[in-house]
Design a protein around this ligand. Structure first.
Ligand code: THU
Length: 129
């Protein structure tokens, strides 16, 4: 499913006054429910939260258990234009755990088309306890 339009709307809610780099993410569970997240920066820079983890944490708070998350969709804007942005390492770790290593990750380009990856490809040999 292409969620480009929905991601574009969500992007306007990103809070990125320091980097100017806005990110929106939509997580989809096995029943088709969507959970949105945006990056939220902080004047204490390392306390910033990425859009993907914001979306996943929201999904978990709404009742998603490990394995429920099937898709993660991502759209980014660098301050001038839409750009493709794959998830950072920290987000890959959380995506792997919450999808039981099975999520598909869709990275959208400026033309609205998405490149699909498996989380297993983006994070081989994920750490688990
Ligand atoms: N960012 C995300 O939201 N997701 C990522 O996977 C990588 C980076 C955000 C964090 C920060 O607000 C801005 O992009 C620049 O790093």
């Amino acid at each position: 499913m292409n969620l480009f339009g929905e991601l574009e709307n969500l992007l306007s809610r990103a809070y990125a006054p320091y980097s100017g780099f806005r990110v929106a993410s939509l997580v989809v569970d096995g029943e088709g429910h969507r959970y949105g997240g945006v990056n939220v920066e902080s004047a204490a820079y390392p306390t910033t939260m990425c859009a993907e983890r914001a979306a996943i944490f929201r999904a978990v708070a709404e009742g998603c258990a490990p394995g429920d998350i099937r898709e993660v969709h991502i759209l980014a804007h660098d301050g001038e234009k839409l750009v493709e942005a794959a998830p950072c390492g920290a987000c890959r770790q959380v995506i792997a755990e919450q999808s039981r290593n099975a999520a598909k990750v869709f990275v959208y380009g400026p033309d609205g088309r998405a490149t699909a990856y498996t989380i297993a490809r983006l994070l081989p040999h994920a750490f688990t306890l």
